[in-house]
Design a protein around this ligand. Structure first.
Ligand SMILES: Cc1cc2nc3c(=O)[nH]c(=O)nc-3n(C[C@H](O)[C@H](O)[C@H](O)COP(=O)(O)OP(=O)(O)OC[C@H]3O[C@@H](n4cnc5c(N)ncnc54)[C@H](O)[C@@H]3O)c2cc1C
Length: 390
C-alpha cells in the first residue's frame, strides 16, 4: 500500500484528498504556493453528489450549517421574465440537498484541524504554505524525486498535482499543454444586497452574449456572477475589472441586477477571470498524477468543477490505498473517473456556448426551447449529474 503522498496545491481538491488519504492511514504532505490556505472571495454551489462525498468524510454538516440549501433554480431572460424553474425538493429528498456557500467558509472547513485528520489511523499530515515544487523526476517505475522551492528534496511514494488549471506539476512532468479559451469572461462578487437575498434562490439570466447569475448565500449575502463574450485576455486588463465596466456591459439586465450593481458600489472585491478549460490524456506519468482542475478544468456552466475535484479525491484515495503499485493505482483512478468527467466537461461546454448566443433569432429559438422543455426532462438531466456515486 502507498505510505506517503505529496499533494501539490491546497485548494478544494487537494484538501479533500488529504482528508480522504489520512482517514485511510496514508501520510500526506501538502505544499501550497500561497502563504496561507485560503480561497478567493466568491461563492460556490456544491451539488448533492459533492455533499455526499463530504458527508463520508464527516464534513457535510459543517458545510450545510455554513451554507444555504439550494431549493430551486430559474432561468430568466435579461429582463427577469422566467423561462423555466427547477424545484429541487423531490431531488433533495432522494439524493440529499445541495448547498451554496462562501468559498472562504468552505476552505476554512476543509482546512480545519487538518493536521489531526489522520488521528484515528496514525497517519501524519503536514501542510507547508509558501512552498512549491521546482523539479520532479517521474520514472516509469519507482518513486518520484521532488525538488522543492526551498531547495530541499523529497521522496514520496506518489505526487499528486492538485494545483489547478495552470498546474506546475503537469507542466513539469507532461510539458506545456494547450489551454482552451471558452470565448467568455467572468466577473464574480459576493456581498450584502439589502432586500434581495432573503428569498433568493439561484437564478441565471440570459441576455445577448451575456449572462448574470445570482445565488443566495446565508444572511443577506448574494453571490453574483457576470459572464460576457469577450476576446481572450480581457481579464488581464485592469480597466475591465472596474465596476463601471461591469455596469456598462450589463446595463440591459433587469430583475435584481440593478440592485446588485448598486450594492457592489459599496465595496467588496470584484474577481475577474477568463473562462478556460483543459483536456489532459493521460492524467498520470509513473507515480505522478493529477486531480481536479489540473487534470480537467471545465467551464463552470454546470457548477460542477469543484464537485469533480471532490469526487476525484475519494476515488484516488481508495485506489492509492488499494494498490501496492502507485502507477497502477493512478491508471485505475483515471479509468474510473474518465467517462464521468468527459461527459460533464462536454455538457458544460455545450451549455455555455448556447447560453452565450448573441444572435436575436438564435436566442428567440433558444428561449422558446427552454420554456417548452418539460420540467420532468430537466429533472432527469439534473438527476443524472447529482445521483452519481464515485
Ligand atoms: C467563475 C467560476 C465559477 C465556478 N463555480 C463553481 C461552482 O459553483 N461549483 C463548482 O463545483 N465549481 C465551480 N467552479 C470550478 C471550481 O472553482 C474548480 O473546479 C475548483 O476550484 C477546482 O479545485 P482544485 O482544487 O482542482 O483547484 P484550485 O481550486 O485551482 O486549487 C489549486 C490550489 O493549488 C495552489 N497552487 C497553484 N499552483 C501551485 C503550485 N505551483 N504549487 C503549490 N500550490 C499551487 C493554488 O494556490 C490553490 O490553492 C467555478 C469556476 C469558475 C472559474
Amino acid at each position: 500500500m502507498t505510505r506517503a503522498v505529496m499533494i501539490v496545491g491546497g485548494g478544494i481538491g487537494g484538501l479533500v484528498l488529504t482528508r480522504a488519504l489520512a482517514q485511510l492511514g496514508i501520510d500526506v504532505v501538502v505544499l501550497e504556493r500561497a502563504p496561507k490556505l485560503r480561497a478567493e472571495g466568491a461563492g460556490i454551489t456544491l451539488g448533492a453528489n459533492a455533499m455526499r462525498v463530504l458527508a463520508g468524510l464527516g464534513l457535510a454538516d459543517a458545510v450545510a450549517a455554513a451554507g444555504r440549501e439550494l431549493r430551486a433554480a430559474s432561468i430568466t431572460d435579461a429582463r427577469g421574465r422566467v423561462l423555466a424553474t427547477s424545484d429541487f425538493t423531490a431531488l433533495s429528498e432522494r439524493l440529499g440537498a445541495g448547498h451554496a456557500i462562501h468559498r472562504s467558509a468552505l476552505h476554512e472547513i476543509l482546512a480545519r484541524d487538518l493536521e489531526v485528520a489522520g488521528r484515528a489511523t496514525d497517519a501524519r499530515v503536514s501542510v507547508r504554505c509558501g512552498t512549491t515544487v521546482t523539479a520532479i523526476t517521474a520514472p516509469e517505475i519507482g518513486a518520484p524525486v521532488v525538488t522543492l522551492s526551498d531547495g530541499s528534496t523529497a521522496h514520496p511514494d506518489a505526487v499528486i498535482g492538485a494545483d489547478g488549471l495552470h498546474s506546475s506539476v503537469r507542466a513539469l512532468v507532461m510539458g506545456e499543454l494547450p489551454i482552451r479559451y471558452a470565448g467568455y469572461t467572468c466577473w464574480r462578487w459576493t456581498g450584502t444586497v439589502p432586500g434581495a437575498a432573503s428569498d433568493l434562490d439561484t437564478v441565471e439570466m440570459w441576455g445577448a452574449g451575456a449572462r448574470v447569475g445570482l445565488v443566495g448565500l446565508p444572511g443577506d449575502q448574494v453571490y453574483a456572477f457576470f459572464v460576457a463574450n469577450a476576446p481572450r485576455g480581457t481579464a488581464q486588463d485592469p480597466a475591465a475589472r472596474s465596476l463601471a465596466s461591469v455596469a456598462a456591459r450589463f446595463a440591459e439586465f433587469g430583475g435584481d441586477v440593478p440592485r446588485v450593481l448598486a450594492a457592489m458600489a459599496a465595496g467588496g472585491p470584484i474577481l475577474h477571470h477568463d473562462i478556460e478549460e483543459i483536456e489532459v490524456r493521460p492524467w498520470s506519468r509513473g507515480a505522478v498524477g493529477l486531480l481536479g482542475d489540473a487534470a480537467h478544468a471545465m467551464t463552470p456552466n454546470f457548477g460542477q468543477g469543484a464537485a469533480m475535484a471532490i469526487e476525484d479525491a475519494i476515488v484516488l484515495a481508495r485506489e492509492l490505498a488499494g494498490h501496492d503499485d502507485v502507477a497502477v493505482a493512478l491508471r485505475s483512478y483515471e479509468a474510473r473517473r474518465r467517462d464521468r468527467v468527459d461527459d460533464l466537461q462536454r455538457g458544460a461546454r455545450r451549455l455555455g456556448a448556447v447560453a452565450q448566443w448573441r444572435s436575436p433569432l438564435a436566442r428567440w429559438a433558444r428561449d422558446l426551447a427552454v420554456r417548452c422543455t418539460p420540467a420532468a426532462s430537466s429533472q432527469r438531466a439534473l438527476e443524472k449529474i447529482l445521483a452519481h456515486v464515485p
